[in-house]
Design a protein around this ligand. Structure first.
Ligand code: ZN
Length: 256
């Protein structure tokens, strides 16, 4: 059993941190498809009671990464290139609608600040290292949250919030994969894609902004799939795959 893992977060963030940690293990292949997740073992690993573990497992079932079955507990689903593609297509639909609705409603000062930060990210001097990744992550999160927060559709915002932990863990795992290989090409590419979105939003060109967002999400598909371990994309396990129907389900109650 894995040693206890110190949770460096406040009480309210525990569930989120546990989900993030388990998702990272799934995407790195440290937790395999078909594997049972045992509440008692996870409680010992994270040094918490059963309650936040159960909450974390319900969240993971809600985003389609595990199956919760009566008497059998939590079983990890397969995450392969196909599932990543399905996740990205659902994300594209949501993010494009958010961009379309938000265009013309976002504070200009917020867009200009993002634009400045993106220019810094694409400057030749700053395109490597852990700090570059941390800044790119912060700007990515800020831009997508700003668009979602300005779209005026509460249902859409909540759906994006519910799925963001999945999208952002994919993002972080794939960027870690790049960092391990000292390959920062995709990060610079993403900053340019973000810049195109911000420029179109500043110009209040709705069609252009939506198209730029669509391109941005689609270009991530190949990249995210590449970061998956071979064992997770090989398709050897006889388990149910993630489904876009499940991902787009709005019945879960575990929004942050
Ligand atoms: Zn992005």
């Amino acid at each position: 059993m894995a040693p206890a893992q110190q949770l460096n977060c406040d009480h309210g963030q525990r569930r989120h941190t546990i989900v993030e940690s388990l998702l990272t293990d799934v995407f790195h292949g440290r937790i395999q498809a078909g594997q049972h997740l045992v509440t008692q073992e996870l409680a010992e690993r994270f040094g918490v009671s059963h309650t936040p573990i159960r909450e974390a497992l319900i969240t993971m079932a809600g985003i389609g990464v595990i199956d919760l079955q009566p008497n059998r507990g939590a079983i990890v689903r397969r995450v392969s290139g196909r599932e990543v593609r399905e996740v990205c297509l659902v994300r594209k639909a949501l993010e494009c609608e958010a961009t379309r609705s938000a265009c013309g409603k976002i504070e200009r000062a917020d867009l200009l600040s993002l634009s400045q930060d993106l220019k810094r990210l694409t400057a030749p001097t700053s395109r490597t290292g852990a700090r570059f990744i941390a800044r790119a992550r912060e700007v990515d999160t800020r831009l997508h949250d700003l668009i979602a927060g300005s779209c005026g559709n509460t249902f859409l915002v909540n759906e994006l919030k519910r799925l963001n932990i999945l999208f952002r863990t994919f993002r972080d795992v794939s960027w870690q994969h790049d960092s391990d290989r000292q390959d920062y090409h995709r990060l610079t590419e993403e900053a340019r894609e973000h810049q195109a979105i911000v420029d179109a939003l500043l110009a209040e060109k709705r069609v252009e902004a939506t198209r730029a967002m669509s391109y941005h999400i689609r270009s991530g598909i190949k990249h995210w799939s590449k970061a998956l371990p071979t064992s997770a994309s090989g398709g050897q396990q006889h388990v149910t795959t993630l489904s876009s129907r499940k991902l787009s389900s709005t019945t879960s109650k575990q929004n942050r």
